[in-house]
Write a protein that binds this ligand. Structure first.
Ligand SMILES: O=P(O)(O)OC[C@H]1O[C@H](OP(=O)(O)OP(=O)(O)O)[C@H](O)[C@@H]1O
Length: 213
């Protein structure tokens, strides 16, 4: 059983849900209502889905589609294929299906795309996700000449941003133009998310004690 220590922050589903509700209002007010949400799996899936509920409300009842990409952080120890520890290098485990996107939305070009994750820790994952998605936009410009003039706008939304020195940066056009949207800035503690818990009642009790409800 995980001990409750001061450097562990317990997060409840309710807390995530309410932050998504507030964020949807912020996004509408900032004219950042997305055409497509790109959720970074696994942790980004849950806020993406919660956010969609509130974005729908802010968007006149229109649902915003969620596409999932899978990214995981590993450090390759270089000894054999299986000896890896979490923390350094981002590995793609799932990517956009561009055939389906083109079939369903015509193109990625000209869309407002909101990248969603639950936590910005070292910022490595978000920076990688954005770089790779920007590459997809460049490829789309090459293959869809007639649409290359369309302005594709990326924004990033995270539920929790850890206040700490980051290993990677997001470009200025994200940080300086209100395109990095944080629901909650938090200290650099270990965040315990409800979906990692094996005892949700105890977890929720601890989150409640810490006011994260
Ligand atoms: O800011 P960073 O240091 O890059 O860390 C943040 C990332 O770490 C976690 O993903 P993880 O690789 O643990 O996978 P998961 O979402 O499937 O749990 C989290 O969901 C973020 O995507």
């Amino acid at each position: 059983m995980i001990e409750n220590t001061p450097d562990m922050t317990y997060i409840s589903y309710n807390h995530m849900h309410k932050l998504c509700q507030q964020a949807a209002v912020k996004l509408r007010e900032a004219d950042k209502m997305p055409d497509i949400i790109v959720a970074i799996s696994g942790g980004g899936l849950i806020p993406a889905r919660m956010l969609r509920t509130f974005l729908k409300k802010e968007n006149g009842g229109k649902n915003i589609p969620i596409q999932a990409i899978g990214l995981s952080l590993y450090e390759d120890l270089g000894t054999d294929d299986f000896k890896q520890v979490i923390g350094k290098q981002v590995v793609k485990t799932q990517w956009l299906d561009l055939d389906i996107i083109n079939e369903r939305f015509g193109t990625l070009l000209g869309k407002k795309i909101l990248i969603v994750d639950e936590v910005d820790d070292t910022r490595t994952t978000l920076a990688y996700a954005l770089e790779e998605l920007e590459k997809e936009v460049e490829l789309a410009k090459n293959s869809q000449e007639e649409k290359k003039h369309l302005d594709t706008e990326f924004s990033v939304f995270v539920l929790y941003n850890k206040l700490k020195p980051k290993k990677k940066q997001l470009p200025d056009y994200i940080m300086d133009q209100g395109r990095y949207i944080v629901a909650s800035d938090v200290d650099d503690s270990w965040l315990c998310f409800p979906y990692d818990s094996t005892d949700i009642d105890l977890h929720t009790k601890r989150a409640t004690e810490q006011g994260n409800i």
